[in-house]
Structures are given as C-alpha cells and as structure tokens.
Design a protein around this ligand. Structure first.
Ligand code: ATP
Length: 135
C-alpha cells in the first residue's frame, strides 16, 4: 500500500508552479517553519520569502516562494505566492545580478533608496541562490 499523501498546489498570478500529491512539506510560515503531513489540522497562514521543502515518494524538491499565503484543508495545501520557482528553474546569473543590485542599493545609503524594497529583493535573491545550490 502506498503511503498516504496530500495534494500540494502552488500558484502565482502568472502560472501554476506545482500541482502534485506529496508525502510531506515544510513551508516558510511567517511565524516560523511549518511541517505539514497528511491529515494536518486546517490552517491559514502568511508566508515569508523562503524555501518550501517537499518530499514525494523518496524524492525531494525545493520551491522558492516570495511571500504569499498558504491554506491547509481536507488534505489539500494551497499556496498563493507572489512568485515561485522550482529550484531547477532558477536562473542563477539573474539571481546573482539581483543580489548585487540590492546590495549596492543598501550600501549606497542614498535617501532615494527604498530600504525595505531593497532588503526584500536581496532576500528573494539569496533564497533563489540557496535553493539552486549556488549560495
Ligand atoms: P529580478 O530583479 O531579477 O526581476 P525579482 O526578485 O525582482 O528579481 P520577482 O518580482 O520576484 O523578481 O519575479 C518576477 C518574475 O521573474 C517571477 O515570475 C519570478 O518567478 C521570475 N524570476 C525572478 N528571478 C528569477 C530567477 N533568478 N530565476 C528564475 N525566475 C526568476
């Protein structure tokens, strides 16, 4: 008998990034990491910019999510993210360029810089590099 699973759907305004039955996932909840197994109690939470770790039949996947919401209900986990990429989809050179841009903006200390925006861009880039294994 195969192990019990839960459905995971990760969608962004642009596309469906992931839609499969999985054994286990860990999500970057805004209050901390959240592990979700089949038959988890219902919940709704906001997400941080971070990495979702997914296990499916002994295989492991990583998906970077840049904030959003997650709902768990009836063995179905739905993630609505601002953007999301599977680790293997990540363009490392683009993330490195984004990291460099954000770091330069933060270092410039110019009054025209939106610090929060630069910090969020930096965190997205760092998480993409981490998930792609190119930290
Ligand atoms: P950039 O400055 O490089 O655009 P960003 O963090 O501002 O990075 P987002 O606004 O989070 O980009 O994402 C815009 C779109 O580009 C999304 O569809 C996202 O999945 C995609 N994307 C962003 N960076 C990468 C990357 N390094 N590899 C693959 N897709 C990416």
């Amino acid at each position: 008998m195969s192990e019990k699973k839960l459905r995971l759907e990760i969608v962004t305004p642009q596309r469906k990034v992931f839609s499969e039955d999985v054994n286990f996932l860990v999500a970057p909840g805004s209050q901390g990491e959240l592990g979700i197994l089949p038959d988890h109690a219902p919940l709704i939470t906001s997400l941080n910019i971070g990495i979702m770790r997914i296990e499916q039949d002994g295989q492991k996947f990583k998906v970077v999510v840049s904030g959003g919401f997650m709902e768990v209900r009836n063995n179905r986990t739905t993630v609505l993210a601002n953007s999301a990429e599977r680790a293997e989809e990540i363009d490392v050179a683009r993330a490195q360029a984004a990291k460099k841009r954000a770091e330069e903006r933060l270092a410039s200390r110019s009054p025209e810089i939106d610090i929060l925006r630069a910090e969020l861009a930096l965190r997205r880039a760092l998480m993409r590099l981490k998930a792609a294994g190119s930290e």
